[in-house]
Design a protein around this ligand. Structure first.
Ligand SMILES: Cc1cc2nc3c(=O)[nH]c(=O)nc-3n(C[C@H](O)[C@H](O)[C@H](O)COP(=O)(O)OP(=O)(O)OC[C@H]3O[C@@H](n4cnc5c(N)ncnc54)[C@H](O)[C@@H]3O)c2cc1C
Ligand code: FES
Length: 381
């Protein structure tokens, strides 16, 4: 028999195996929730007495864990618990400053930075609009930037994204920050491998911008995947970023539009780059024998010898800084010459891809503790 829990002072009995979120909902008590899979942290609550199970605190920031916070959707209590809604999460009133279309499916939404709001680059927030609708979004800007930048995918019938289209100047509430997908500014020499699809680019861009601002010395390999070229909604901006940052290499992966998908931007110093022009692939990289994603023939796997190429930097190897390939993200990444064991890895966006890449990159040598994931899960139905 499950133990009795008290929520806001009232006792409730849970069924065997039932989560706190589910048990309270069954008895008419609604706690805010979104994914119900332990990812979004919308359902965070606090134990005022008793010990929540460890599984319900996975991914919750250490400071919040110390205050007894845990995820109600992941909590099947194994002892008596007294619980209340958590006031440990910061809540900030702010305003939508600007909304800009980046593609037919993605908007850049800029929020005024509320007084007192602090975060680490790559984290996410919960946005709450009028009517109480709450959704998680990742931050693409870095601390100190004039505005908080979000990349929002438009979903047909999306109660938040469709509202945001016309929300310039509207008040909005921001909660957080959340998540452990952030830049570590005490590891300037560590190689960074960042990969995502769609708006999964947002936190990756946040981490990349933070790394560049911190003077990161290790190589930074940023992969963005989409089924179409239009889905690489920020590719030109990324190309400009790569032009200015010697350690940064950007890889675009598209499954369609092959006519555009062989474009490469040579590193600074090579012909044509100074003017910002885009040179077509010469095919040189492909025939050089070097295990670069940029230059590999489509379909080739990662050679074992490439693993030893730890820290091979884009600034010294002469490899193109910005590459667009007609190839799957998985194949491009697994052909990357970075030593995965040395890398800090960030994977964001489509949950299936995040899960698959996490496993493959782990099996290719990256330590579990240095793989950070933000799967953009859909709301639970
Ligand atoms: C940690 C985290 C960070 C996130 N960061 C971002 C971000 O930076 N940018 C961004 O665009 N999104 C992000 N998301 C996803 C976003 O919160 C959801 O997609 C959200 O549901 C969109 O709200 P909406 O009101 O527009 O659509 P909803 O009203 O929630 O849904 C409308 C329709 O679209 C479907 N749908 C909604 N979301 C998804 C999805 N992710 N996958 C498949 N189908 C879906 C629903 O099932 C429904 O049919 C993040 C999610 C998480 C968990
Ligand atoms: S983490 Fe519990 S609802 Fe998302």
């Amino acid at each position: 028999m499950s133990p009795r829990v008290h929520f806001a002072g009232t006792p409730y009995d849970l069924l065997p195996g039932e989560t706190l979120l589910g048990g309270l909902a069954r008895q008419g008590v609604s706690i805010p929730s979104f994914c119900r899979t332990g990812v979004c942290q919308t359902c965070i609550v606090r134990a005022t007495s008793g010990q929540p199970p460890r599984e319900s605190q996975v991914g919750v920031a250490g400071a919040l864990v110390q205050q007894g916070c845990f995820l109600a959707c992941q909590c099947v209590p194994d002892g008596p618990l007294e619980v209340e809604l958590s006031d440990a999460i910061g809540s900030f009133a702010t305003r939508v400053a600007r909304v800009e279309g980046l593609s037919h499916q993605v908007m850049r939404v800029e929020l005024e930075v509320p007084e007192g709001f602090t975060f680490r680059a790559g984290q996410f927030v919960q946005l709450e609009r009028e009517g109480g609708v709450t959704r998680p979004y990742s931050i693409a800007s870095i601390p100190g930037a004039k505005r908080l930048e979000l990349h929002v995918k438009l979903h047909s019938g999306g109660v938040m994204s469709q509202w945001l289209r016309w929300a310039e100047k509207q008040p909005i509430t921001l909660r957080g920050p959340f998540g452990e997908c952030f830049y570590f500014d005490n590891e300037l020499d560590r190689p960074l491998l960042l990969a995502g699809t769609g708006t999964g680019l947002a936190p990756l861009l946040g981490v990349t911008r933070a790394a560049l601002a911190a003077g990161h010395r290790g190589p930074i390999h940023l992969y963005h995947g989409s089924s179409t070229r239009a889905g690489l909604y920020l590719f030109d901006e990324l190309r400009t970023l790569a032009e200015a940052a010697p350690g940064l290499r950007v890889f675009g992966s598209v499954l369609e539009a092959p006519e555009e998908a062989t474009t490469t931007l040579p590193r600074r110093g090579a012909s044509g780059v100074g003017s910002g022009s885009v040179a077509p692939s010469s095919g040189k990289a492909a025939s050089s024998g070097r295990a670069t994603a940029a230059g590999k023939p489509i379909g080739a796997g990662k050679p074992a010898s490439a693993k030893g190429a730890a820290g091979a930097t884009a600034s010294t190897t002469g490899e193109p800084r910005c590459v667009l390939r007609h190839e799957t993200l998985d194949k491009l990444i697994l052909a990357d010459p970075l030593d995965f064991f040395q890398c800090r890895v960030y994977l964001c966006g489509d949950p299936g891809l995040v899960q698959r890449l996490r496993k493959r990159i782990y099996l290719s040598g990256a330590p579990q503790a240095r793989i950070h994931c933000d799967p953009f899960v859909a709301p639970a139905s």
